[in-house]
Design a protein around this ligand. Structure first.
Ligand code: SF4
Length: 477
């Protein structure tokens, strides 16, 4: 979800709670559809594959990729506001999907060889809809082909380590729906190394769940969280959505306090955004729903920060709050420009073209149609629907776009050093823009660990995207 402040991802700049950069295929994309429409009927082997990015320039220098995103496309129902690639599960494609996914994971594994994986995030779609026996296959495949040592070491989080650190070093997260997540599934997930679940609660008031067309019952959230805890899953995050049509500030306050009462240590709170061509956007255009007033939406945003900070959950990204040590390490990988592999239909990946992100990274996205995805590519990778080759200027723009949205802020020396190399004239422009933003009370300069950081001011969070846009303008197109 995004507001002016919220760049997007189901995990990346601009999007809905969940887990992936880059935006997904539209809601109309069913099992047979493809990227941009029309590719779904083509055999996958005829399409370019992720090998374009993974085997291409820079591979020799690239360090092992430490993060992995897996996209499962199945949902019990298509929610009206959703623009992620998913379709209504009819059970008959699950086994074929997992067979292809495992082949893809095997092909990708060589790119993480030599270092233990740091993060895995399974999103969707609704990963908890996958049948338990198929989950066993996926987890066995991961264990066979990837080094999960660090993930297993950190599976219990700081409770196991006995040390509270600022960020977790490793994690394995699975998104769950409160209705489909069972105690048996959590046991199997925990046995496979999963130490974190991200539960889509969205609201605790039935009328707002109904507006969003979410099918679960609010009371199921507590039941599912308890089942995850009982299975030994130490980190439990909730997703909430605010600015749902008809929602008042008082009702949002109830959602936040209910989430806190369930003992969650991580909350993602995104405002509802009206993505093009979704059912919700069409309802808005027809006048069947009314968007929440912008001023009320801003009050909801501010209320969230105040209440959660008081409860000990620090804002570490504009829409994400955690007890220190419970931040989503995987999402931080997206926001910090790290590398990640991508598996599953419509999954997006990012790998550097050299030893660091400085020269820019390849961004690529698997096809979003199941027929092309299931066909696979001749080289074992997935067919892709999109590929952006490395571009150092784009990489710099991305750093100043995501930095202001993070509590750690922008690494000033790092960004300016890259600017001098990539586009020398913009270094002075960046400093001048930052100075103006400091004068406007939106940015402050801090020194952390001996390094300068540009951070949005406590009162500037609502304007984080504005700050990012000013810095991006200084970099130029
Ligand atoms: S459950 Fe999540 S991924 Fe599935 S349709 Fe609803 S919002 Fe989209």
């Amino acid at each position: 979800m995004s507001e002016s402040v919220h760049i997007s991802i189901k995990g990346q700049p601009g999007g809905q709670p969940g887990g992936q950069p880059g935006g997904q295929s539209g809601p109309g994309s069913g099992p047979g559809s493809g990227p941009g429409g029309g590719l779904g009927s083509l055999p996958g082997s005829h399409l370019a594959t992720a090998g374009v990015a993974l085997e291409g320039a820079g591979r020799g220098e690239r360090p092992a990729v430490r993060s992995l995103y897996i996209h499962t496309p199945f949902c019990a129902h298509k929610c009206d506001y959703c623009d992620f690639y998913s379709f209504v599960d009819t059970q008959d494609l699950q086994a074929a999907f997992v067979r292809r996914l495992c082949a893809e994971l095997e092909a990708l594994a060589k790119h993480s060889a030599g270092a233990p994986l740091r993060t895995i995030f399974v999103g969707g779609g609704t990963p908890s809809l996958l049948r338990v026996e198929l989950w066993r296959d996926v987890l066995a495949c991961l264990s066979d082909h990837y080094d999960l040592g660090l993930i297993r070491k950190w599976q219990g989080g700081d409770e196991q380590e006995g040390v509270l650190r600022s960020w977790p070093e490793a994690e394995f997260t699975v998104e769950c729906n409160p209705e489909s997540a069972s105690a048996e599934l959590f046991d199997v997930l925990h046995g496979g190394g999963v130490g974190r679940v991200s539960m889509g609660a969205q609201s605790f008031l039935p009328k707002h769940l109904s507006t969003l067309q979410r099918l679960h019952r609010p009371e199921r959230v507590a039941v599912a969280l308890e089942a995850a805890r009982a299975a030994g899953i130490a980190r439990r995050s909730l997703d909430l959505i605010y600015a749902v049509p008809g929602q008042t500030l008082e009702e949002w306050a109830v959602d936040v306090s209910t989430a806190l009462s369930l003992g969650t240590t991580h909350l993602s709170c995104y405002n509802l955004t009206y993505e093009p061509s979704t059912g919700m956007t069409n309802r808005l255009k027809r006048g069947e729903v009314t968007a929440v007033d912008e001023e009320v939406e801003s009050l909801m945003f501010e209320h969230t920060g105040l209440v959660l900070e008081r409860a000990g959950l620090k804002r570490y990204e504009v829409s994400n709050y955690a007890v220190p040590g419970h931040e989503s390490r995987h999402n931080l990988a997206y926001w910090l420009g790290e590398q990640w592999l991508a598996a599953g239909p419509s999954a997006s990946g990012h790998v550097w073209a050299g030893a660091s992100v400085q020269g820019g990274g390849h961004r690529f996205k698997n096809v979003g149609g199941m027929s092309a995805y299931l066909a696979g590519g001749a080289d074992g990778y997935s067919p892709i629907g999109d590929h952006e080759p490395p571009d150092p200027v784009r990489a710099l723009r991305e750093r100043v776009m995501t930095g202001p949205r993070l509590a750690v802020g922008v690494d000033v020396e790092g960004v300016l050093a890259d600017a001098v190399l990539v586009r020398p004239a913009c270094a002075a422009r960046l400093e001048a823009a930052a100075l103006e933003l400091v004068g406007d009370g939106l940015l402050l300069e801090a020194v952390d660990g001996g390094r300068r950081r540009w951070r949005v001011t406590p009162g500037g969070w609502l304007m984080a995207d504005f700050v990012a846009k000013r810095l991006m303008k200084a970099v130029g197109e």
